[in-house]
Design a binder for this molecule. Structure first.
Ligand code: A2P
Length: 283
C-alpha cells in the first residue's frame, strides 16, 4: 500500500515523497523540532521550508536528530526574493545550508519569479538566478532544483536559456484554484508540480462539496482535497500543528476519488484563492 513516503520520480530520477510537511508560519523553536519528530514518527519523509519562513535552524535540527538516516528524509528550502541574481543565489544557498546544519539539500527552489519592472530586466534576473541554481546542482550540494510560483510566461524564457530544466514547480493548487494551464504546461515538460496550501490555508476543510464527497468514501473533506491533488499528479504539502490531523493527512491511500467526483471538484468556482498573484505580489 502506498504511503506518505511513496515517491514520485523527478525528471533526473530522484524520488520525492508524495506528501510533504509544510512549515510556513511555524516559529523557529523546540516545538517545531518536536513537531517534525512527531511527523517523522507518523511517516512523513519530506519537509518543506524556506529561508523566509525563518525556521531553517529548527528544521535542520529536527532532521539531524529525528533518528532517521539523512538520506531517508527529503528536505526542501527556497531562495528568497531579496537574494535573486547569480552571486546572491550562490551566497544564499550557502547560508541556507549552514543554517540548516546539513551537508546537502534535496531540493532548492526559486521562491517567486522576478516579474515586475521592465520586461527584459525580470527575465535576465531569473536567468541569472537560474544559472547559479544549475551550478549548485552540478556541485552536488543539492539533489534537485526547481522554481515556485512560476506561471507559463515566467517558465518559457527560463526554459529557453536553461541548460538544466527545473525539476519542480511549487504552486498554489487546491480545489477551487487549480491553475490548469500552468499545471498542464509543467506536466507536459516533465516538471513535477507541488501543491502549496493544498487545503486553501484551512478554508476548504468544511467545504460542502468536499465534505459530501468525503462522506461517500468515509473520509474528511480535507482528505478529499489532498487525494484530489495526488490524483492530479501533484505532491501535497499540508500543514497541521495537531498530531491527529497530521496523521489524517497521510491517510490518503485507502480510497480513490471517482472520475465523476474528480470532475465535480475540478468544476468548483474559484474558492480559497490566497490572492497572491506572482506578477503582482509586493514582496
Ligand atoms: P491545524 O494546524 O489546527 O490542524 P494549508 O496546508 O492549506 O495551508 O492549511 C493549513 C490549515 O489547515 C491549518 O489551519 C490547519 O490547522 C488546518 N488543517 C490541516 N489539516 C487538517 C485536517 N486534516 N482537518 C482539518 N483542518 C486541517
Amino acid at each position: 500500500m502506498p504511503s506518505a513516503a511513496s515517491g514520485f520520480p523527478l525528471s533526473n530520477g530522484v524520488k520525492i515523497p508524495c506528501i510533504g510537511l509544510g512549515t510556513w508560519q511555524i516559529p523557529d523553536n523546540q516545538e517545531l523540532v518536536r513537531h517534525i519528530h512527531k511527523a517523522v514518527e507518523i511517516g512523513y519523509r519530506h519537509i518543506d521550508t524556506a529561508h523566509i519562513y525563518g525556521n531553517e535552524r529548527s528544521v535542520g535540527e529536527a532532521v539531524r536528530t529525528c533518528g532517521m538516516p539523512r538520506d531517508k528524509i527529503f528536505v526542501t528550502s527556497k531562495l528568497w526574493n531579496a537574494d535573486r541574481g547569480y552571486k546572491e543565489t550562490l551566497a544564499a544557498f550557502d547560508t541556507t545550508l549552514k543554517t540548516l546544519g546539513l551537508d546537502y539539500l534535496d531540493l532548492f527552489l526559486i521562491h517567486w519569479p522576478a516579474a515586475r519592472g521592465e520586461a527584459m530586466t525580470w527575465q535576465s534576473i531569473n536567468s541569472g538566478t537560474w544559472r547559479a541554481m544549475e551550478e549548485i546542482y552540478e556541485s552536488g550540494r543539492v539533489r534537485s532544483i526547481g522554481v515556485s510560483n512560476f506561471l507559463i510566461h515566467h517558465l518559457v524564457p527560463l526554459l529557453a536559456r536553461a541548460r538544466i530544466a527545473p525539476m519542480v514547480n511549487q504552486l498554489e493548487f487546491h480545489p477551487g484554484y487549480m491553475q490548469a494551464p500552468t499545471v498542464e504546461f509543467c506536466q507536459s515538460r516533465g516538471i513535477q508540480v507541488e501543491a502549496w496550501s493544498p487545503l486553501g490555508r484551512g478554508a476548504l476543510i468544511h467545504h460542502p462539496l468536499l465534505s459530501e464527497i468525503g462522506a461517500k468514501y468515509g473520509v474528511t473533506g480535507a482528505q478529499v482535497a489532498l487525494r484530489w491533488a495526488l490524483q492530479h499528479g501533484a505532491i501535497v504539502l499540508p500543514k497541521s500543528m495537531n498530531a491527529e490531523r497530521l496523521k489524517q493527512n497521510t491517510e490518503l491511500f485507502g480510497f480513490s476519488i471517482s472520475s465523476e467526483d474528480m470532475a465535480a471538484i475540478d468544476a468548483m468556482p474559484q474558492t480559497a484563492f490566497s490572492g497572491l498573484d506572482p506578477d503582482h505580489v509586493t514582496f
